[in-house]
Write a protein that binds this ligand. Sequence first.
Ligand code: SF4
Ligand SMILES: [Zn+2]
Ligand SMILES: [Zn+2]
Length: 315
Amino acid sequence: MKCTRCTEPAEVKLRAHNSAFCRECFVFFFQRRVERAITHEKMFSHDERILVAVSGGKDSLALWDALVLQGYDTIGFHLALGIGGYSLRSREKTEKFARDRGLRLEVHALTEDGLAVPDVIASTRRPACSACGTMKRHHFDRAALELGCAALATGHNLDDEAARLFGNVLHWQTEYLARQRPVMQPRHPKFVRKVKPLYLTGEFESATYAFMRGIDYVVEECPNAAGATQLAYKAVLDDLENRFPGTKLAFVREFTERASAAFALPEDRETTARSCEECGMPSFGALCSFCSLRAEVERRQAERAARAGAPAAPA
Ligand code: SF4
Ligand SMILES: [Zn+2]
Ligand SMILES: [Zn+2]
């Protein structure tokens, strides 16, 4: 097998692209795809500062690496979720990545707020990923604002986007389809643009890139991910991809280019007009969804303490 680009022996074959690459050409190919997604979708420019949400996994670290190599002005942001050893190891890998390369990384630990993901699940019985998603969105939005960033980049890859699109189509979730875009423009002056530069890059490609670039990432999945509906959708799509290489790429790319506009919402439906009375971030009601979640946790903890006859912990 020869490299499609330089004809040296190839190390990796990409059936979806009908190509094979040596190490050097694969790194070039990956970075060019990321750059093309950024410019084609007008995600951000070299004059803007980008906050990169880094979990410690292959996708977000590969993305951060590629953006740095392409000369973008980036700050990494890691939210330590407090999910046992998984979160400890994710934080370690992220910090080491930044330290080894001399990159600026900001870390916020949910445990320091007394609101780690396991505490929220135990108090509210909300599904783990729903509570976790609310907290991630809040802290990412807030960090992007406070650090003066023009855009927030996440490591959502082609496999994530295809599975999400598949689920939204299966249930005809038209409002979610309206918001499934590689670039989401801000709906409030305190929000920043949200972008997904890897939306057409498969997870096999980011894992290969991470390996070839010597990036040490956390391999284990979050323990709460097992059984998630998203994983079932991914399995179906993996099967289709094996039989018909390029299926996921065509599904997501064609949706974005040809179908997405049909689901667009009127502009007034896209606007978040109010500010949260508690934290000042944008909200639909008196409280934003993060402060509502925190209030619910505090209320339940107080009720539990009262039932046990002990004084409630101070808020
Ligand atoms: S799997 Fe769920 S709980 Fe775990 S990090 Fe992802 S969203 Fe959070
Ligand atoms: Zn080559
Ligand atoms: Zn709030």
